[in-house]
Design a protein around this ligand. Sequence first.
Ligand code: SAM
Ligand code: SF4
Length: 445
Amino acid sequence: MTKADPKKFHIKSFGCQMNVYDGERMSEMLVDQGMTAAENSEAADLVVLNTCHIREKAVDKVYSDIGRLRRKDGSSPMIAVAGCVAQAEGKEISRRAPSVDIVVGPQAYHRLPELMETAKSGKKALDTDMPAISKFDILPTRGKQARPTAFLTVQEGCDKFCTYCVVPYTRGAEISRPWSDLVDEAKALVDGGAREITLLGQNVNAWRGEDEKGNMQGLDGLIRALDRIPGLKRIRYMTSHPNDMTDGLVAAHGDVGSLMPFLHLPVQSGSDRILKAMNRSHSVRSYLTILEQMRAVRPDIALSGDFIVGFPGETDQDFEETLQIVRDANYSQAFSFKYSPRPGTPAAGMDDQIAPEVMDERLQRLQALLNEQQYAFNQQTVGRTTDILLERQGKLDGQLIGKTPWLQSLHIISPDLKIGDMVEVEIARAGPNSLTGEIKERMAA
Ligand code: SAM
Ligand code: SF4
């Protein structure tokens, strides 16, 4: 059956910030093609589900979302499945969900307009290539974006092959985007109103590239160059891998004013035995040493991490060691997940898979400890005066929500301020998940 030429699109991104970034780039491309963004999927005649394959739950959610796109009269919009599920499952998606018209992988979404042409003629369109020409060379240059915070993907893919993880298969080999493209894109974002940029990559600190003089630089060199862009007040980066943490990047935290005092450094487990089985190539000691070095140059740095509980073969003792590394590291926030076997990864075929009820119990204990640390971190910032960048409206009248340098959400009530303002506040109260502040003064633009 042929499909009408779509005029309005809706993109729903699941999973990591890199998917959010890809969703923004797809949206800019479709607008460039003359389409407009619809408020929701009901009002759209093209719906793009920009998917995540990292855990089984994320995949199940995509299929239930596809089912929900069917309308009361039995019709459905043109449906495109993009992102890592598209890459990993390919044709299987149209078999499981025949209403899907387009399947497009994360390295091929610049070809969405051509795939829509195929779909219009009633044929299924599939592109999961990882082409040699980067999508970044073909996507339209960044337009004006009204938001004060922006994502900028600097690095994609992963060569590390942790035994539980699908990323090396769905996102491909590690590539770094060129220096000049990144500096130009950052300038365009700042011209468009961004005051904070978060540099993104599956292993963002593995970024390498030649600067305009032909000198090899790491992420710290790029950060120092972006720090010189007038109007850019804050730089963040995520997610980092412990093995790619360099002395230069640690030093940058001590002397680059716009680099925020926050580090997201996943460790996954506190047991060296499990880290080895995960093929993490770092140890508990080497991880804690990085945290010590960071705290030496930036004593107020807020630390975050990722944890997996219930990796195959994880004993009670291994799990106790994970609780111990949490106590030693002392996080301001962290993500923790139950191990999810992913098809095609080595860990999925390992003996000693852990029973779901054991994973549940371990996850609860780990999260209780992490929540306790997060609350304590928030409370210890009460009374500090700090700047916040206002990002969005709150639920109450005149309420605005921004982020502190340590990536905590902070609420203030002030009818005179607007999104994008930077203000100095005193942190007045702390809850487990957010802070309340009182305005001290407004800062220069
Ligand atoms: N590259 C980063 C690193 O290795 O530190 C992490 C990127 S990965 C996309 C985000 C997080 O998802 C990982 O840190 C890990 O905690 C979690 N994750 C990945 N595969 C998983 C799996 N099979 N089951 C549960 N959690 C998983
Ligand atoms: Fe996945 Fe990160 Fe390991 Fe790469 S380094 S395989 S992205 S967990």
